[in-house]
Design a protein. Sequence first.
Length: 167
Amino acid sequence: MNADSPATRGLLGWLRQTLEIAAGLLVLGVVFCVTANVFGRFVLNYSYTWAEELSRVLFIWLVLLGAGVGSLGNEHVAVTFFRDKAPAGLRKAAVLLSIAIIYIVCICILLGFKEVISGYTSATPMLGIPQTFLYSAMPVMAILTMIANTIALVELIRGALFRSKTP
């Protein structure tokens, strides 16, 4: 999905921009927490336990939200050497296989999250942040990845339909 495609405009473009802003705020939060902890340790000779715990929570959300945003922009890392050298039919089959695998993994994440949070009442030791909030980053990432995967599937089907209709 490129920056000029219709899929990046409208609701999807707004979603991606909002998520990028959220990821930027998470980066600022991590930088603030780590800086406060470093300053406290080396200047004040005091360690802020809240800063370490909060930076860990923010970093987990940053990584998983960033993975979802990267999927929306088709900016994930991929080794394409063999796929690019394959014939068109095999290339299409490889893309379909990767889309199917990604759907399966995302569905497993969503089903697993449902099982994890059922009856789960633990919280972080210092700040008391519910562990369910911490683990909620996984289904958010899975949903964003499924949206991106659906867009990739639609583009693949549209491309195949347009190529088959042209003489």
